[in-house]
Design a protein around this ligand. Structure first.
Ligand code: ADP
Ligand code: MG
Length: 496
């Protein structure tokens, strides 16, 4: 078919119009998508970034909750007295053992403490998996497992059975009510454990009986949890340590408090240690902290509702390694659903709960690579997203979300630390302020460098540079087991 010149001109004009209109439509669509995405991101920035005054409010609310807990009033912070009123100071000398049972493994440890202050000559540790049947067996059988591992380990490390009973530290990270430094009543079993004969009993006695059955010449001297271990571990290497913090799968903090501020002790029987040991380690259980100023967003509420312990541990759910990746995944999913972050389709992998780990989140946040190739790789490796969806702009948004979630975690931790520092008069209000060390253990803090920098930055902001320069934040590796061994040494030194 031949076209006349006139028809050809009309057709060409129509085609030109259509392509201009098409391009215009595409530009308009992308512009609209960009505007919606930007509005969502602006909302995230508003929700997850905390102003100095919000942080001060949070700090004040935390102090109030902590004081209520200390007075024995209803509080979201348990503030449990640990009965640990003696802490190592680095002068302990000798060889000590400890046992540490957490989630899926238990550890036996042997330390040789040097004459030089705070020096450890030698450490040996053995991690053992807990066989499946020990999660449901009778408690005595579980203690037999721990005791025989310790006795066997000690034999291999030259500990002779004809020596006097050697005090050991026992780090037992389950809820307990402590009645003395090496004595407690177990409140409940957690994690995978369902053993009979444990709840309502004293785990230190249970282990002691098992050690006696194995003819192990040990005395369970201290029963602690991982946050107390971190405090004790910090005290051994740095006598200025006043606070121990766990930033790993979960979070918790422990600090040295004046006995006179702990109402529960006033009710209990006196044991004659009060004069000599005016301080006691308090287990804050801050993972459960909640207050009107807690920066809880819709995303936090959504995550909380889908956890088995909905309504509790809401601070932990904003802070710890178990949750940071999941919070970021939910925020990214919202961007995908409501602002087409990955285009018109939502990648189904993004809907998989817990698919984004905190380790992946930290790699994305710390991504300094050209064109964010690390972020693109994490998205395709951990979330299984097709590479074509991981464009530079998409990666940039994902990185911003991870950054916001991590910074908020560090900000709220810094606010509570500032609260604890005030509680122990180490916030600069009393001058001159003594140097103070905060000991930290846990994978989130250990493996996520940028997180450590955020925490420092927020603490500087809250305390002011001058006061903050007197506050050190140090990492204590293997704190729960090392701390238990140091504590056994401190108790031994005192009783010798
Ligand atoms: P636990 O808390 O169970 O005793 P850890 O202290 O080793 O164990 O902490 C492990 C947790 O630390 C992991 O569950 C994870 O949430 C977090 N984590 C590990 N590596 C990283 C990392 N590179 N970046 C951020 N978080 C991490
Ligand atoms: Mg741990």
């Amino acid at each position: 078919m031949e076209l006349s010149a006139r028809e050809y001109t009309v057709l060409a004009a129509a085609a030109g119009f259509c392509s201009v209109a098409g391009v215009g439509y595409l530009i308009q669509r992308e512009y609209r998508r960009w505007r919606v995405l930007s509005a969502h991101m602006a909302q995230y920035y508003a929700d997850f970034s905390l102003s100095p005054s919000q942080l001060m409010d949070l700090r004040n609310d935390f102090i109030e909750e902590a004081r209520k807990g200390l007075r024995g009033e209803k509080s979201t912070c348990l503030m449990a007295p640990t009965m640990v009123d003696i802490l190592p100071d680095g002068d302990e000398v000798g060889e000590y053992f400890a046992l540490d049972i957490g989630g899926t493994n238990f550890r036996v440890i042997h330390v040789t403490l040097s004459m030089d202050k705070g020096e450890v000559v030698h450490v040996e540790m053995e991690d053992n998996a807990i066989p499946e049947e020990y999660f449901t067996c009778h408690g005595d059988m579980l203690f037999d497992l721990l005791a025989s591992a310790l006795v066997d380990f000690a034999k291999r490390h030259g500990r002779h059975s004809d020596d006097r009973p050697l005090p050991i530290g026992f780090c037992f990270s389950f809820p307990c009510t402590h009645t003395a430094i090496g004595e407690a009543v177990m409140v409940k079993l957690t994690k995978k454990f369902e053993n009979e004969g444990m709840v309502g009993q004293d785990p230190a006695k249970g282990l002691q009986r098992a050690l006696d059955r194995q003819k192990g010449n040990f005395k369970v001297a201290a029963l602690i949890n991982d946050s107390v271990g971190t405090l004790a571990g910090g005290c051994y290497v740095d006598a200025d340590t006043k606070i121990g913090v766990i930033l790993g799968t979960g979070t918790n903090a422990c600090y040295a408090e004046q006995r006179s501020n702990i109402a529960a002790l006033a009710k209990g029987r006196k044991n004659g240690r009060e004069q000599q040991h005016p301080l006691m380690a308090i287990n804050t259980e801050w993972g459960n902290f909640a207050a009107p100023s807690s920066p809880f967003t819709d995303i936090d509420r959504e995550l909380d509702e889908e956890t088995p312990n909905a309504g509790s541990h809401r601070f932990e759910k904003m802070v710890s390694g178990m949750y940071l990746g999941e919070l970021a995944r939910r925020a990214i999913l919202r961007l995908a659903e409501q602002a087409q972050l990955f285009g018109p389709e939502v990648p189904p992998q993004l809907r998989e709960p817990w698919a984004l780990t905190s380790a992946a989140l930290s790699k994305i946040d710390e991504d300094g690579s050209w064109l964010l190739s690390t972020t693109a790789r994490e998205l395709s490796e951990t979330l299984g997203l097709p590479a074509a969806l991981c464009t530079h702009t998409t990666c940039l948004r994902v990185k911003q979300v991870c950054h916001l979630v991590a910074r908020r975690s560090a900000a709220v931790v810094a606010a509570c630390l500032a609260g604890l520092l005030q509680q122990i008069d180490r916030d600069g209000a009393h001058t001159p302020m003594a140097p103070t060390t905060i000991a930290v253990d846990g994978g989130l803090f250990e493996h996520y460098q940028a997180y450590r920098a955020y925490l420092r930055e927020y603490l500087d902001q809250m305390l002011g540079k001058q006061v903050s320069s007197l506050v050190k934040i140090v990492q204590i590796r293997d704190a729960s087991s090392m701390g238990a061994a140091y504590l056994a040494a401190a108790i031994d030194e005192e009783t010798q």
